[in-house]
Design a protein around this ligand. Structure first.
Ligand code: SAH
Length: 375
């Protein structure tokens, strides 16, 4: 977004650090993204070509349509229950849900069964979501957090989250000579600006850095953990076991836990210094899909193998869908359909960096793209 930088949040953070000492990166991300007045997701609409970044549903309608069909088949495989909650975590502008609802309009019985549940903290984005799905006449409710969604007569649940986990606050731990020290955000005494500092060296628990990785760590290695993502994966897994259903998480990240500093800030489609202009730039980190999968397995739910976005969308027939759309398109439109397809599935674009993890209840049949996914 352009305009005068908003210094209020920066000043607030400096005051907080002056009073309490350095804060964790998670605290910094929380303030920068979710501060009630000045947080990035609270005060603006960051999406689309004019925003700071563009997400898959904003690139092409095919993305949401195919996810809608995935959800419809998942529902049918559960025996087409009379009621089903379609939950979306962090729905942005509501584009994915609108495209999904349009794609499943003609699936017999599904529209009558559906209730949409949006988990969204931003008031601005909630209005966008409401407008986006209005044409489809499906009842919808909004919730601050996943665990605030009511049990609702124990109807089964289908959960979708695209680029949701990457926006949740992470902590970073650096391997030091003896133990581990947390990377913190402090104020540089000379410049008066925010800067990264090292916390005291401490032993680190399994919950923060998996034991398997701790053994191989070299001095300077950084491990990122996202306690909020783990907590939500656990809550979703428990709910899927209770009521039946499936979850589809799509995000950029890695299939195995690994070392590395992946925290980044984006503003106007460009990388931006992380600690400058908090609240005016988006902050994200790679998602550790192994950690999310582990949390779901520990809660006794089931998971499929982690797929790349390219493989997942091809399995759902995105290439055929693009051909079909091109039949009614002029040359310019056909060109943009091809460009969008390449952007979503090509290895050098979003096709490989973005990953897909499907989780499901222990009494639910494996949803599409789980069986045969291995290998
Ligand atoms: N899924 C959308 C948007 C991704 S951006 C898309 O693909 O275009 C992240 C979304 O998560 C935004 O809607 C943001 O407001 C929301 N969000 C961020 N942190 C959240 C939190 N802690 N709880 C609920 N929603 C959150």
């Amino acid at each position: 977004m352009t305009g005068t930088p908003d210094k209020t949040l920066l000043d607030h953070l400096k005051r907080r650090i002056a009073l309490d000492g350095p804060i964790t990166i998670a605290d910094f991300m929380n303030e920068a993204l979710a501060h009630p007045e000045h947080g990035y997701y609270r005060k603006q609409d960051p999406f689309g070509r004019k925003g700071d970044f563009i997400t898959a549903p904003e690139i092409s309608q095919m993305f949401g349509e195919l996810i809608g069909l995935w959800a419809a088949v998942t529902w049918q495989q559960m025996g087409s229950p009379r009621k089903v909650n379609l939950v979306e975590l962090g729905p942005g502008r509501g584009t994915l849900m609108a495209d999904a609802l349009r794609a499943v309009r003609n699936v017999p019985g599904l529209s009558d069964a559906l209730t949409v549940r949006f988990v969204e903290t931003s008031p601005v984005l909630r209005t966008h979501q409401q407008t986006a799905i209005m044409p489809y006449g499906i009842p919808a409710t909004w919730h601050e957090a996943f665990d605030e969604i009511p049990a609702g007569g124990n109807s089964p649940m289908i959960v979708i989250g695209n680029e949701f986990f990457d926006a949740l606050p992470i902590r970073q731990f650096e391997r030091a000579s003896h133990g581990w020290s947390e990377r913190l955000v402090g104020v540089d005494a000379n410049t008066g600006e925010l800067g990264f500092v090292r916390g005291a060296e401490t032993p680190v628990t399994d919950a923060l850095v998996p034991a398997t990785l701790r053994g191989t760590a070299k001095s300077g290695d950084i491990f990122e953990s996202c306690p909020a993502a783990i907590a939500i994966a656990d809550q979703v897994a428990r709910r899927l076991n209770e009521v039946g259903g499936a979850a589809l998480f799509i995000d950029y990240g890695h299939p195995h836990s690994a070392f590395g500093d992946t925290l980044q800030a984006l503003k106007d489609h460009k990388y931006h210094p992380i600690l400058e202009q908090p609240g005016d730039a988006d902050l994200t980190a790679h998602v550790d899909f192994a950690a999310i999968g582990r949390a779901m397995l520990e809660a006794d739910a089931r998971i499929g193998a982690v797929l790349t976005q390219g493989t997942f969308l091809r399995m759902l027939g995105i290439e055929q869908r693009a051909e079909l759309l091109k039949e009614n398109a002029d040359d310019a439109q056909a060109g943009s359909i091809d460009a969008a397809l390449a952007r979503l599935i090509d290895a050098d674009q979003m096709g490989t960096l973005f990953k897909v993890l499907i989780g499901y209840g222990r009494e639910t049949a494996p949803p599409p793209c789980v069986s045969g996914a291995e290998g």
